[in-house]
Design a protein. Sequence first.
Length: 509
Amino acid sequence: MWWDDDTIERTVTKEFVCSRLVPEEIGRLDQPLEFGGSLTDCTYWEWIDEKAKRLFLIVADLGLPDQIFGLIDDSLDDDDLPIALDQVERLELTSSKDEKTEKKFYHRQFHYLLRPLQKGGHTDYDDDEVVPLDAVDKKHALGQHLDKVMVPNEPGTVLCRCRIPLGPGRLSWGEFISEVDSIKDVQNQHLLSYSTSYTHQGYGYILFTPAPEYTLKSLLATTPSCLKNVDKKARPHLVMNWIYCLVDTVCFLHNRGLSHGNIRPSTVMFSCDNLVFFSSFTRFHTSILGGATDYTSFDKEAYDHAAPEKLFKPASTSPTSNQRSAEVSNSPTDKHALTPSPQAADIFSLGCVILELLSFLFKKHGKPFAAHRAAKHKSAGRGGAVPDSSFHKNLGQVESWMTQLTKDATKRKDEPVLRGVAPMLAVVEHMLAFYPSERPSANEVRARIYQILAESCSIAEPHCPPLDSGLDFTIGSLTLSSSALASGGSTDSISGPMKPKDGSGRCEA
């Protein structure tokens, strides 16, 4: 039980107080205050009821309920709390000095002086204060700095709590507050969104909603129990909705001049009821929620799903494409230059994630897909480096994988939702364009995906609100109309801007 104001008012009745006192002490409750004299006719019970309910709860917890009379005779009330540890002795709770009882009083008083966490607000707690929240499922903590909690003023809502060390050589209080301010207004049901924050005992804490149950990375390895509970026939519908919700959320960020910057399977999360959402869309999210603790180690997952321009610069020479490389290197106005664009990089990484989800529909996700991407990097013999399974270095393999998925989808045309796979792969093809300038915007992708859900998948109402737009959209050289979608699009092969014009895709770090 958390002793907030309402609980204290509801609990400390005259009957409750009498139950803690012996008969002769009960009779004293209705007597006038000794120190008041003729100046007041207030009784001890009236003083407790109006001014000292917290004081009574504290001494009752210590097994000294009768001491409330002495405290009242000293004209003490709840407004005098908290009482400093070095001042508790003056209360004379015991006949002789008892440091153990004094310490108990000092620490117990904070259980009745709770300052509840307020949604959207920040609270700085003193070291000895009690923070009113409950840890949930400690056996399955989300990570070293993450756990799940519940706050009493939001019953039934599980939040994700993030812990950040503060102090010299770490994040300062001011830097922590600045990070909080940078994320608190970015609210979306498909983003790990700020709920409240506080500092306590040398740490800063941020509570987010919703609380993650699993990630796309873990889903690609093993199906979680909460997804196993979903009927198998309903899963394709769910996955298609996930895709649209993720695209819509990237639109939400991009339309506000923001970018995610860290889209990959481990930052695509799911709640216990299979709601999909992004985490790690700021520096704070990336370092803490993304689990980055050693910044010198190689992050293979981030590398595999990153856009090419985030990792490479155009090569000045290429054994297979000298002329094209020279054009890229020496032509500042070349529209195909690998000019970094955070939002275009998001589109590439989002395309990777969508392709992982579509592969999941055909049970070809995870290791088989990664092995296929790295197939051309395998060499004879033992040992050596791990084959490069990144998307940006293996666009040819990604293309052949998409072609196979398209063929697999045609074999299951009796499943309405899967009729949208082929046209959706055509959208992904453009999202994975090697050059940033050839990728569609998030708004264009959202419009196309919504169209596919409506026309091909027969999903009239996606999870997120529908767009106020028509059904014909153009991305680059590819136009997809209602009639094309109705027919399911081309299923023979996939070709387009995924590779540079010469097909080499060679870059140099």
